[in-house]
Design a protein around this ligand. Sequence first.
Ligand SMILES: Nc1ncnc2c1ncn2[C@@H]1O[C@H](COP(=O)(O)OP(=O)(O)OP(=O)(O)O)[C@@H](O)[C@H]1O
Ligand SMILES: [Mg+2]
Length: 297
Amino acid sequence: MSNNDSPIKSTGLHIGEAAPGCKKTDPMLVIDHVKKSFGGLTAVDVEHLEIPKNAITALIGPNGAGKTTLFNLLTGFDTPDTGAWEFLGTSLSGVPSYKVAQMGQVRTFQLTKALSLLTVLDNMKLGSKNQVGESIFRALFPGSWRKQDAEIELKAIELLKRFNLDAKQADFAASLSGGQRKLLEMARALMTDPVLVMLDEPMAGVNPALTQSLLGHVLNLKKEGMTVLFVEHDMHMVRHIADWVVVMAEGKVVAEGPPETVMNEQAVIDAYLGAHQDTDLGVVTGRISIIDQEKDK
Ligand SMILES: Nc1ncnc2c1ncn2[C@@H]1O[C@H](COP(=O)(O)OP(=O)(O)OP(=O)(O)O)[C@@H](O)[C@H]1O
Ligand SMILES: [Mg+2]
């Protein structure tokens, strides 16, 4: 990738040294002592972590590091054993997932959750919040329901256009390719006008022809003022679009900092090599080898 199309990176995100748990100048999420075990296995053990506002943060780490589990906890899809966290100053501990989404924090799934037997458009409509048609009170006034339904549909179609899926709106989600499903999930997440978008491996299984457009969509979220937190194994994507990188290993945050420095840290290399002793970091972490990374500099 040439330097000409490099996105503008946000800087000045942290206070003091870039180290695990460091404070951010303007945090969107503040996480404290969040722990989750499955049987005897500690999946997540995060002492302190702040996610900066209006920036793109990548959450990386080897398989089983606890990245998805942390996503599940933060979005109310699972409950921690201990710990608390705040989203824009409001405690989210114990808040169920649908409320978390209503409050502006949405996520996508590592394995896409598009409903195969619904059309693309219906999948989008399901993503909208405040469906007044669903409340009994509003159901007594079908006029307002119909008006809102029309508005939701318009918004859905606009988003589908933006993600190049409008031609597919009447198709079953099952007919989409893996990459198109990832796009649909991202588009659907935007139906609620979120302020924080959390993407779990947005590039996994995506055809290379679609990766560039996916990168562009993620960068656009930031341009529009949203905050992005994404999990990704593709280090090329991480280096290219992340303003900040958080590294997890065995449930803990082992490093954090800007991509150009953090990915060369010994703790990060150790975390990956610990899990894959027979492979080099470049192969483990994505489509780019260490040699390519050196050339990139
Ligand atoms: N529901 C569950 N029951 C039991 N163990 C679980 C459960 N969910 C996750 N784990 C375990 O917790 C650890 C962390 O898993 P998690 O899926 O969060 O990792 P990850 O960092 O997202 O990995 P990957 O990069 O492979 O997606 C793993 O050892 C996993 O096997
Ligand atoms: Mg995962």
